[in-house]
Design a protein around this ligand. Sequence first.
Ligand code: AMP
Length: 398
Amino acid sequence: MNVLVINCGSSSLKYQLINSDSEEVLAKGLCERIGIDGSAIVHQPAGGEKVKSEIDMPNHTKAVQLVIEKLTDPQVGVITSLEEIDAVGHRIVHGGERFAGSVVLDDEVLAVIEQCNDLAPLHNPANLIGINSCREILPDVPMVGVFDTAFHQTMPKKAYLYGLPLSYYEKYKVRRYGFHGTSHRFVSEEAAKMLDRPYDQTKTITCHLGNGGSLCAVRNGKSIDTTMGFTPMEGLVMGTRAGDVDAAAITFLMEKEGLTPQEMDTILNKKSGVLGISGVSSDFRDIEEASEHGNDRAEMALEVFAYKVAKRIGAYASAMNGVDCIVFTAGLGENSGSTRRLICDYLGYLGVHIDSYNNSLRGKAMEISAPDSRVRVLVIPTNEELVIARDTKELLDK
Ligand code: AMP
């Protein structure tokens, strides 16, 4: 089955065509600046070069049309006609409390997803636009939605309730949801396979560390806690997001600086995190380089980041009454041996020992803990698109 995997943002659309039987990526690409001047599609067939075409894309329907044109193009295409697309799998950010797993998309389900728009106003409407554009262009192709929040729906109440009046949860569903669920699920499953352990009898802490970052406590195959909350703001210090901050500090700053809620939101989401602390960049590569050149703020940003991750690992080891395995994934988790080292240096009490040579390697799934380490530590490249293709196939095969 060929599954077209779509990840649609407000002005971008990422895609991969995956043969879900062989799990081979046939082609992938990105439409950028949709609805903005200078839009372009970058397409790459498997084993081929990237081809960039600057084409006007006033809306997402045009973008989907171009994706199909590229996939069926005689030169850079990988299929001969639309009929070779058997299904479309969509990434959807927020499924609220309504979706604890992936679903086949129909009018009824789409109406429920729309009800979750309030919870993710920047993301869900864009996801829905992508779905509707695909339905317009591929009206007879079945579609599946895979939610970032779904994996965390197994969190118990004690983990997802805030210490706010309960009426706000009842009225507005203000609670912790968690994100990056597709990634946490994928790497925790892969970890169990790598360690040859039953997934449903393993305690894993997954560390998805990219521009956005979150940790997840996966006990016996189920998420029991995660660091992101009502929005992807909560938890770790991230590239540009503040993570946990005393809520009273927010109202204090708003008063002192005369900030509107929107302005405060921009500061918390776009100007904080390691960017805000270091003053250098939101990209950890730049910060690591600046720190190596003696920039104190950059060094401090890396220290704050690693300390927060290490503290949460401790918290989750306690929440699960132990931990068998810690997994690092996403841009930073997969690539930065120095950050992994900074974090793991706090974990001696758990019996974590890192093998320096393996920790210096990159680009593949591997174990970086030493043979005497009581907790196994793995690096596993995440693959959210593959999960979407797998779920799509599984649901449609039923
Ligand atoms: P992601 O959001 O998963 O794409 O991760 C992106 C982030 O990963 C970038 O902002 C970088 O900070 C980080 N990153 C990627 N490669 C490296 C690397 N080689 N060393 C340090 N950080 C990296």
